[in-house]
Ligand binder design. Structure first.
Ligand code: GRF
Length: 195
């Protein structure tokens, strides 16, 4: 049974889709929801779904053990970032090599990096005059939005689009693809562990 932890700072619509996708699975489960914000909507989802949650402290996360002991004691195999706004510390990355995945609401390497989240991303896409945008699902390394890209999906940016309309189109792609890409990562882990 592969155990997934979802890290999120916000509403948690991606977390909900991931929970729904894995709901009836016997080989994988969402074992923990981690947030840095006590008011995050994702914590409400955790309680509605009876999934244990962990509200993390900045000091401990960024300069302490990064909650590695807690994650290991639960047996977490994969960490899924779904709108988590803190940078992942090196100690967590070293303990979960190629096992932390993130989704960015643009086509990296464009419109990524520190401070590029939520509407800031879509504002930048509109301001750039790009004719398309989309999502990038990537492994997490020690730089913001920089690890190996696993998957990208694209959507046109058309005349009349604004940050809000682009955000909506991108969110459709996020919900459509993130759960399945996470699943394919897990299948790779499963087959690697049986190799
Ligand atoms: C999404 O735009 C995702 O691409 C980004 O953070 C946002 C999370 O949205 N990483 P939600 O909280 O899952 O609705």
């Amino acid at each position: 049974m592969k155990k997934i932890a979802i890290f999120a700072s916000g509403t948690g619509t991606n977390a909900q889709k991931i929970i729904d996708y894995f709901r009836s699975r016997k080989d994988a489960t969402i074992s923990l929801i981690v947030s840095n914000k006590s008011t995050a909507g994702v914590l409400l989802i955790a309680s509605q779904e009876n999934i244990p949650s962990l509200l993390i402290n900045k000091e401990k996360f960024l300069t302490g053990n990064a909650y590695v002991d807690e994650l290991k004691s639960i047996g977490i195999d994969l960490i899924v970032l779904a709108g988590f706004l803190w940078k992942i510390p090196a100690s967590l990355i070293h303990n979960y090599p190629d096992k932390i995945v993130n989704i960015h609401p643009a086509l990296l390497p464009g419109h990524g990096g520190k401070g590029m989240y939520g509407h800031f991303v879509h504002d930048a896409v509109i301001a750039s005059g790009d004719s398309e945008t989309g999502i990038t699902i990537h492994l997490v390394d020690e730089l913001y939005d920089h690890g190996r890209t696993i998957f990208q999906a694209r959507v046109p940016v058309v005349a009349g689009d604004n940050a809000a309309s682009v955000a909506k189109k991108v969110q459709v792609l996020e919900h459509e693809h993130y759960p399945r890409v996470i699943d394919s990562l897990l299948q790779k882990q499963l087959s690697a562990s049986h190799a």
